[in-house]
Design a binder for this molecule. Structure first.
Ligand code: HEC
Length: 133
């Protein structure tokens, strides 16, 4: 029984000592990834529409980081056409950036988008390098 208590305690401690908590307290490392949605053409198309409305200002019509407002931002708006960028990120990371914004840059959080809408945008931006904007 005592050993059990110690085990629970050390698990609790190790959980606390992992990554800095997000502002919303959500642990994005464990968020469920809707794998089918990410490879769905319909989701990508919905995401593309959301992108057009909200993201082109900075990330550009062609999702290449050259939007009208891209000059003078803190951090260069990411170019999603780049295969290296695509390889360097995970769906969870993109979902987290949309949910929390990117600290220290001009990338805002998107509390106005639902989780489903955010996953649609994730599906879109992750498809750009391979399939074009
Ligand atoms: C006000 C300008 C602005 C708007 C609007 C904006 N972004 Fe960004 N975004 C940025 C900047 C600046 C960065 C930081 C680039 C960096 O540090 O890599 C960024 C970073 C990102 C990143 C992380 C890239 C990386 O590799 O770290 C993603 C993903 C992203 N934006 C997606 C979006 C999506 C999707 C939208 C629309 C819902 C959007 N952004 C709207 C400016 C903007």
């Amino acid at each position: 029984m005592k050993a059990m208590g110690a085990l629970v305690m050390s698990l609790a401690l190790s959980a606390c000592s992992t990554e800095e908590a997000s502002r919303s307290g959500i642990d994005y490392a464990t968020v469920d990834v809707p794998v089918e949605r990410l490879s769905s053409d319909e989701a990508r198309e919905r995401g593309r529409q959301i992108f057009k409305q909200n993201c082109v200002l900075c990330h550009g019509e062609r999702a290449d980081g050259n939007g009208a407002r891209s000059k003078g931002l803190s951090g260069k708006a990411a170019n999603f056409n780049n295969a290296e960028w695509r390889e360097s990120v995970t769906p969870r990371f993109v979902f987290e950036v949309l949910s929390e914004g990117k600290r220290g840059t001009s990338m805002p959080a998107w509390p106005t988008l639902t989780d489903d809408q955010k996953w649609d945008v994730v599906a879109y931006v992750l498809s750009v390098a391979e399939r074009g904007p």
